[in-house]
Write a protein that binds this ligand. Structure first.
Ligand SMILES: N[C@@H](CCC(=O)N[C@@H](CS)C(=O)NCC(=O)O)C(=O)O
Length: 263
């Protein structure tokens, strides 16, 4: 059934959340190389990537394939699923849901990379626990940076005079607490497999892509290591990130990583 459906992924490669998706695509071999990623080429005939660009002179997003733009108001990533039989297109709007959908439809096609999602119901629920708290930590990091960084505040609609040191520190403390939860909830699988996503021995899973993308984006954009703190509380996460950077596609893809803003 799924093979009749046509899929379009709208990705702004520079962005925070789309990074989760392209980490997934490269790990699974759904995109063969970082060069293909930049061209929007996948290894599946019914999966297309329409790269997005931010062009303020044109009022916002532009699309590599302008004939197939993302639906109005959608954030990136967004996934469109069209059924040629009915002409109907449905959309998935949240990065974590997009990963679950892609893994369900394309994940088991035997490219040699292990499944990215567990099977055991408790492991599945734990994976969603970790992704959920990762989203909260991400939100905290977003509030921290917009109170700390004037340019970002302006960008986020926060007036410079409304930036607050107390609000920033409070968000930072919330982030550290949520990252601590990730480390503690993933402790068993970090110990046995080295990865955050439980129940899969051979490599990273969906929870890993979600956290690694955020850690990397903040490093690229602000030169900030979100795991560093007063003490060594997040050492396990720091070691996990080093492991993630050892994935075979990492160097080629991240070497010339596109960042926003470029300066
Ligand atoms: N919760 C969403 C967040 C997506 C998001 O905020 N994407 C940013 C770019 S990294 C965006 O598109 N911002 C513009 C907008 O929301 O219209 C997800 O997980 O996919």
């Amino acid at each position: 059934m799924a093979s009749d459906l046509q899929h379009t992924l709208w990705l702004w490669l520079e962005g925070f959340f789309p990074r989760r998706v392209w980490y997934y695509l490269l790990t699974k071999g759904l995109v063969a190389s970082s060069a293909d990623l930049l061209e929007g080429r996948t290894t599946e005939s019914n999966l297309r990537i329409n790269r997005m660009h931010m062009d303020m002179s044109k009022g916002g997003w532009t699309f590599a394939d302008p004939s197939n733009p993302a639906p109005p108001g959608a954030s990136t990533p967004c996934l469109g699923i069209s059924d040629p039989a009915t002409g109907e297109t449905r959309y998935i709007y949240e990065s974590a849901s997009i990963l679950v959908y892609l893994e369900t439809v394309y994940g088991g096609r035997g490219r040699g990379s292990p499944p990215a999602m567990p099977i055991d119901p408790i492991d599945v629920a734990t994976m969603h626990d970790i992704i959920g708290i990762t989203n909260l930590a991400t939100l905290d990091a977003g509030y921290y940076t917009r109170h700390a960084v004037p340019a970002l505040a302006a960008w986020s609609g926060l007036a410079n005079e409304d930036r607050s040191r107390a609000a920033g520190l409070n968000a930072h403390a919330g982030m550290a607490r949520n990252l601590g939860k990730i480390q503690s909830w993933a402790a068993a699988s970090l110990k046995t497999t080295g990865w955050l996503t439980p129940g899969r021995g051979g490599g990273p899973g969906l929870a890993d892509f979600c956290l690694a993308a955020g850690r990397r984006y903040l490093e690229l954009t602000f030169g900030w290591d979100m795991f560093e703190g007063e003490g060594e509380e997040l050492n396990e996460l720091a070691a996990w990130y080093e492991r993630f950077k050892g994935l075979d596609w990492w160097e080629a893809a991240e070497e010339n990583a596109v960042v926003h803003p470029r300066n």
